[in-house]
Design a protein around this ligand. Structure first.
Ligand SMILES: Cc1cc2nc3c(=O)[nH]c(=O)nc-3n(C[C@H](O)[C@H](O)[C@H](O)COP(=O)(O)O)c2cc1C
Length: 153
C-alpha cells in the first residue's frame, strides 16, 4: 500500500470531479489524502510515495491565482524517488488548452519527481467514454508504477 497525495484546484467543480474519480479508483489499494492545493504546504508532499496534482487553467494558459504561491514554493522541495502525475480540466476553445496541467508537470519533474503516466486532460467535464477510458489508463499506469516503487523499498 502506497501513500498518495491528491491535490487539486477547482473553481466550478470539474477538476474536483476528476480528483474524486481518481481517488475512487486508487483508494481500494492505497492510502489517499486529498485536499485543495491552496490548503497544502509544499513540504507536506515529502510525506507521500506519490503525488497527483490537478488544476484548471485560467486566463490564456495561466495557473489559477490561488495556487501561484504553492507553485512558487514547489521549487524548494525535493521529490526524488517519488512518483508524480497530473490532471485537469480546461476548455478546448482556448488556444492554450490545459496549459496549467503541463506547467505543474514540468515543475514536479524539475524537482525530481518521476512521471508515472501522461497527463489526464478533459474538456470541461469528464462525461464521455473517451474521458473514462483515459481515466482507466491513467490510474492503471499509476498502480503499475506504484507496484514497482513499493518493491524497491
Ligand atoms: C476567464 C477564463 C479563462 C480561461 N482560460 C483557459 C485557458 O487558457 N485554457 C483552458 O484550457 N481553459 C481555460 N478556461 C476554462 C476553464 O479551465 C474550464 O472552464 C475548466 O473546466 C474549469 O475547471 P473547474 O471546474 O475545475 O474550475 C478559462 C475559463 C475562464 C472563465
Amino acid at each position: 500500500m502506497a501513500r498518495i497525495l491528491i491535490g487539486f484546484a477547482s473553481m466550478s467543480g470539474n477538476t474536483e470531479e476528476m480528483a474524486d474519480l481518481i481517488k475512487e479508483r486508487l483508494e481500494e489499494d492505497h492510502k489517499i489524502h486529498m485536499d485543495e492545493l491552496e490548503e497544502i504546504e509544499p513540504g507536506f508532499l515529502m510525506d507521500f510515495d506519490a503525488v497527483i496534482l490537478g488544476s484548471y487553467t485560467w486566463n490564456d494558459g495561466d495557473l489559477p491565482y490561488e495556487v501561484e504561491d504553492f507553485y512558487e514554493d514547489l521549487e524548494d522541495i525535493d521529490l526524488t524517488g517519488k512518483g508524480i502525475a497530473v490532471f485537469g480540466s480546461g476548455d478546448t476553445s482556448y488556444p492554450q488548452f490545459c496549459e496549467a496541467v503541463h506547467t505543474f508537470e514540468e515543475r514536479l519533474t524539475a524537482v525530481g519527481g518521476e512521471r508515472m503516466t501522461g497527463a489526464w486532460k478533459v474538456d470541461m467535464h469528464p462525461d464521455n467514454e473517451e474521458d473514462i477510458e483515459h481515466l482507466q489508463r491513467f490510474t492503471a499506469e499509476i498502480m503499475e508504477h506504484l507496484g514497482h516503487l513499493i518493491q524497491l523499498k
